[in-house]
Design a protein. Structure first.
Length: 145
């Protein structure tokens, strides 16, 4: 559970930061959006599929999720966080072909980052477990002698 929280926070922070760089501003909901998407990327990463298919699935998920988030936050709640109506092939200004392709392309580094971070967190957790066992073991050994 701790691992998933760290990964989700990394995904949220990364998306929030990318949006700041690209747009010059962002919204707190972008952190939530990025967190959820990065976790789903991690689940898709584990599938036994070609990397291109994984990227397409990630891009499709992110696009569909972005559409539903846009309907809720932009159209129903009128938060006006983003508007893609000026882009070619957009749907209600909430998703467009351009950003769907961007999500597919960004899925590749996201998959690789998720893998590397997961491995690093696993190693850290293993080291914590290993370092605590010898201390307890050596303590018991001293008592027996």
């Amino acid at each position: 559970m701790e691992k998933e929280i760290w990964l989700a926070c990394f995904g949220g922070f990364s998306y929030f930061t990318l949006e700041l760089i690209y747009n010059g501003d962002s919204h707190w909901i972008s952190f939530v959006f990025g967190s959820i998407c990065f976790e789903i990327v991690g689940k898709i990463r584990l599938l036994n599929l070609n990397i291109l298919i994984k990227c397409l699935l990630c891009g499709l998920f992110i696009t569909v999720f972005e559409f539903f988030m846009g309907v809720i936050f932009n159209l129903i709640l009128n938060w006006n966080i983003w508007n893609y109506s000026m882009f070619f092939l957009n749907i209600s200004g909430q998703i467009c072909l351009y950003f769907s392709l961007i999500w597919i392309i960004l899925s590749f580094p996201a998959i690789k980052l998720h893998q590397a971070l997961s491995q690093a967190i696993n190693k850290t957790q293993e080291c914590k477990k290993c370092s605590s066992k010898p201390k307890a073991l050596s303590y018991k050994t001293k008592q027996i002698q």
